[in-house]
Design a protein around this ligand. Structure first.
Ligand code: CUA
Length: 313
């Protein structure tokens, strides 16, 4: 099981089995010996303790054998680990990966963006990972790889998928309230399927066909809906449902006031999220998207928010 899903799986599995076997053997052997000795050398049967002199041969045996075992375990671990931290092959597909509270963004060489990682079977893939907010960690258990993602730094990880299918990809570093939302998948396609997917732009065309679909796409790609629900439920921030065109009570500069949710309010909430906080929500949880989202993007988001409301402009 899971023995050859990535180029690293087999060696990591071997080192795991070696280490697990050794420790299991000693766990059982030592426990059994303790129990036997407790029975055999109990006080009732041996009222007078036998003096023990020590034994050079025993000392040598229980130093040399464990030393050999520990070096052996180290060898298997080292041999499995070194390739995972080596440089990716020259022909690796590069995918820019952004981990943020609380979603993933994968950006391919042709500019295509997704929240699920798509890769072709049998080709090395290198993820260049960064975070705009806090520490995250990319973990693909089936591939036996995990690496931290650090704000202000680019960390790399690479792998070669060996089998088509979908495998879990998630964040393995507790990164706040919705940490558990940072779960997605690696979808491994055959080379032909991948090529077709890679050049396919109909998804974008289809998105443009319904009003607000482009806006929804932007919200998804930027991870907004991890904190703002689309169905009215309360998460870290207010839901998007039914807010457009309605009045909302906010706290601004320590004072409560009522504002209309209009284009200006939406724009300000995205660029200066801490300025007008809806009453009942907390400051300091959202970062500014100034420089990440353009005014044009925000106009598209507004079209989508309108579609979720009974009030139209
Ligand atoms: Cu990101 Cu946990």
């Amino acid at each position: 099981m899971y023995s050859n899903l990535s180029n690293f799986s087999e060696d990591i599995n071997t080192s795991f089995i070696v280490i697990f076997s050794v420790i299991s053997f000693f766990l059982i052997a030592i426990t059994v010996t303790i129990i036997l000795f407790v029975i055999k050398y109990r006080e009732k049967k041996n009222p007078v303790p036998t003096p023990i002199e020590g034994s050079v041969i025993l000392e040598i045996i229980w130093t040399v054998i464990p030393l050999g075992l520990v070096i052996g375990m180290f060898y298997y671990g080292w041999m499995a680990w070194i390739p995972t931290v080596s440089d990716a092959p020259e022909d690796a597909i590069e995918v820019k990966t952004t981990a943020r509270m609380w979603s993933w963004l994968f950006e391919y060489e042709n500019g295509k963006k997704t929240d699920t990682l798509y890769v072709p079977e049998g080709k090395p893939v290198e993820l260049q990972m960064t975070s705009p907010d806090v520490l995250h960690s990319l973990y693909i258990p089936a591939y036996r790889i995990k690496r931290d993602i650090i704000p202000g730094r680019v960390t790399n990880i690479w792998f070669e998928p060996r089998k088509t299918g979908s495998y879990d990809l998630f964040c393995a570093e507790y990164c706040g309230l919705q940490h558990a939302f940072m779960i997605t998948e690696v979808k491994v396609l055959t080379q032909e399927e991948f090529d077709e997917w890679y050049i396919d732009t109909t998804a974008v065309v289809k998105a443009a066909a319904t009003p607000g679909a482009e806006g929804l796409q932007i919200l998804r790609m930027n991870g907004c809906i991890a904190c703002h629900s689309l169905d009215g439920s309360k998460l870290v921030g207010p839901s998007y449902k039914g807010i457009w065109g309605h009045e909302v009570e906010v706290e601004k500069g320590g004072q409560k006031q009522t504002l209309l949710v209009d284009a200006e309010y939406i724009r300000n909430s995205i660029y200066n999220p801490d300025e007008e906080i809806v009453v009942g929500y907390s400051k300091g949880l959202m970062r500014s998207y100034q420089g990440e989202l353009t005014d044009e993007d925000i106009d598209k988001i507004i079209v989508y928010l309108e579609s979720l409301s009974d009030k139209k402009e």
